[in-house]
Ligand binder design. Structure first.
Ligand code: SF4
Length: 343
């Protein structure tokens, strides 16, 4: 039997090729219909054309005051995590781009089991569709490094923003990356209008290499230069995320180096407080330390805000549900039934 084509991975023109020249009762935007409301006619229509409307199976979800984490099973037995976060003006979908991650950041649960595989474009799009029609912002901050799965992430963004389909506003999409210089240079040449957030976390190569071992070959200065040149090229502001860790990167010297890197540039800094991850021995900064660091940047004219990790009310950090439940294993190795592809 020929394997079904995942409908959510189709671009509008690929969809048009499948439909052909005959008038079609189903439009491209219909395949993005809310999962719960898929009409029977659409299902039948897709079946006749060997299109698979949905591929992810919901394994479990955890609900907090402002957020909900969902663990989605993939057709090959792996699983990924997505988070829906309520804001005052809508909902943000925090989605995954890979199964696991190769960068092994010391503070992150997702990187602990290593990289298993890239998500396909349809698996990325489906996370957004499955989190529901209320989503009006998307952030690539779940499991995986989005620029390490460049082709699929950009293809998914193009599908999400297509006016004939979901028509998602590009300005509501944020790529959050540790900053791969070559990929940042490539991203500068794309005309996408997305937002860019770069996880810096250090102002010296030595500290960054310790915090992000998978990024050792990336020169810290080049990461910053490439990110700023993306902002200049697109007339945007790049956000540098700085996770403040006591005794690691919170000194006066760190603040001064950070100022020299970004002051006067189209950049802002988000200071983050680390959320403890089981089995990771890092500290959380005291309030006064966080505010002092913020003041150092502020007084030097660097736009800075303090952010708390969203979704903290249900689990400390992205990737923890995934790590705790799966340890990055396929369903058959973790004693769970393998998920069939959901229609
Ligand atoms: S923080 Fe991001 S890049 Fe680092 S291990 Fe986690 S998912 Fe990967």
């Amino acid at each position: 039997m020929v394997e079904a084509t995942p409908a959510l991975g189709l671009t509008a023109s690929e969809f048009a090729e499948i439909v052909g020249t005959e008038p079609s009762p189903v439009a491209y935007r219909d395949i993005f219909t809310c999962h719960e409301d898929l009409p029977r006619e659409l299902r039948r229509w897709a079946e006749e054309r060997n299109l698979r409307l949905r591929s992810l199976g919901r394994i479990k979800s955890e609900r907090g005051k402002r957020s909900q984490k969902v663990l989605f099973g993939l057709a090959d037995g792996y699983a990924v995590e997505s988070v829906l976060i309520r804001r005052h003006d809508g909902f943000t979908a925090c989605i995954s781009s890979q199964v696991g991650c190769a960068f092994s950041c010391r503070f992150c649960a997702s990187g602990q089991a290593g990289l298993k595989r890239n998500l396909d474009r349809h698996e990325i799009v489906e996370q957004v569709v499955r989190l529901g029609p209320k989503v009006n912002r998307i952030v690539f901050m779940g499991i995986g490094e989005p620029l390490n799965n460049y082709e699929n992430v950009l293809a998914a963004i193009r599908i999400l923003r297509d006016r004939d389909g979901m028509g998602f506003p590009t300005t509501g999409i944020t790529i959050s990356t540790i900053g791969i210089p070559k990929a940042l240079a490539r991203l500068s040449e794309e005309h996408l209008g997305v937002n860019l957030t770069v996880s810096l976390h250090a102002t010296t190569q030595e500290v960054r290499d310790r915090l992000i071992p998978g990024s050792r070959k990336h020169d810290l200065r080049e990461v910053v230069v490439r990110a700023i040149s993306w902002a200049e090229r697109h007339n945007r502001i790049v956000t540098f995320v700085y996770l403040l860790l006591p005794g690691v990167n919170d000194g006066r010297g760190d603040a001064e180096r950070l100022v020299r890197m970004v002051a006067g540039k189209p950049a802002r800094v988000n200071l983050m407080r680390w959320n403890p991850v089981e089995s990771i021995d890092l500290g959380r900064p005291a309030d006064h330390r966080l505010h002092q660091f913020r003041q150092w940047l502020d007084r030097a004219g660097v736009p800075v805000v303090v952010r708390d990790t969203q979704g903290a009310d249900i689990d400390a950090a992205c990737g923890q549900l995934w790590l705790r439940d799966l340890r990055g294993l396929k369903a058959e190795h973790r004693g769970a039934p393998r998920l069939g592809a959901a229609a």
